[in-house]
Design a protein around this ligand. Structure first.
Ligand code: SF4
Length: 295
């Protein structure tokens, strides 16, 4: 049996976890291709116009693989870190997909809620519900978690490189930072200007819920507050069109950065954003810091 995993949302939060888990159970796994304009155009034929850009991209990925697999994996995600919550879109993702892009295909799903049940135990429960023995379920869950941690460590190794020149930290959600369609034009432009770039990474899983209960924002906030300005020239935050949670949190990060005297720029990406607009804004931001000798 072939299971499709959309290369979007939870694929980037849990790199290689679900792929390894399902393969360990004996399923064939198909991951959708990297995001392209064609995938986004596909989504625009069915995705609600009010959706945020990542939701449209997710819908496009489901549409792009659903005819080549027997089932799609779409979890209902309530909490990815203990004591935290997710953007409400993640809680509604399963039902919204079943009512739209995935209405005519079998869906494999379980509820991810770290506050109620740690993920490894949850995966064991899910595998048993799929009909596997306790031993097979435990083996697959363990393999998935080990693969996830390994992938995270590889991402940290790739991103956290030492540099003699101060770096720019790129903040955002994993599915915006690591989706090449969204982030590549930004990274390529900065690299063409010889500006070292580091993507935010999400390997910290023991964060304490503070005043920010949304887990990715709590991680971003912690990263911002502890930024060593001897190593970083500034922060560029990527936000995507129609993100409800970003509309509240980016203002907080802008103020926090000003308070900490961290140069900060917010870059909004939508499906029509052109390269020229991104390039001009990045050039202006980097030039302004060179002038102030912050680089
Ligand atoms: S956090 Fe923003 S971009 Fe992510 S799913 Fe929610 S609304 Fe969309």
């Amino acid at each position: 049996m072939k299971i499709g995993i959309p290369r979007s949302f939870y694929y980037y939060y849990y790199p290689s976890l679900f792929e390894t888990f399902f393969k360990s159970l004996g399923y064939e796994v198909v991951i959708s291709q990297k995001t392209t304009k064609k995938i986004l155009d596909l989504a625009s034929t069915i995705s609600e116009s009010e959706n945020c850009l990542p939701q449209k991209i997710f819908d496009g990925h489901v549409l792009s693989i659903k005819d080549s697999v027997d089932a799609i994996f779409i979890p209902r995600i309530i909490s990815m870190e203990k004591g935290h919550i997710c953007c409400p879109r993640f809680g509604a993702l399963l039902d919204a997909s079943k009512a739209g892009v995935a209405e005519d295909i079998k869906v494999f799903s379980f509820d991810i809620n770290e506050t109620r049940l740690p993920l490894e135990k949850n995966l064991v429960k899910f595998a048993k519900e799929l009909g596997f023995s306790a031993k097979e379920s435990k083996t697959a869950a363990k393999a998935g978690i080990v693969s996830w941690k390994k992938s995270e460590a590889e991402i940290v190794l790739k991103e956290h490189v030492k540099s003699d020149v101060k770096k720019f930290l790129i903040l955002g959600h994993p599915y915006t930072l690591y989706d090449s369609f969204i982030a590549d034009p930004i990274v390529k432009k900065l690299k063409s200007m010889n500006v070292p770039v580091e993507m935010m990474t999400f390997e910290e899983h023991n964060i304490k819920p503070g005043e920010i209960l949304w887990c990715t924002f709590n991680k971003m906030n912690s990263r911002l507050k502890n930024l060593d300005m001897n190593k970083y020239a500034g922060v560029i935050q990527i936000t995507t069109f129609n993100c409800g949670t970003d509309s509240m949190m980016t203002e907080r990060f802008r103020r926090e950065s000003r308070h900490l005297k961290i140069p900060y720029m917010l870059l909004m990406i939508d499906e029509h954003t052109g390269k020229a607009g991104i390039d001009t804004r990045l050039e202006a931001f980097v030039d302004s810091l060179s002038w102030n000798k912050n680089l």
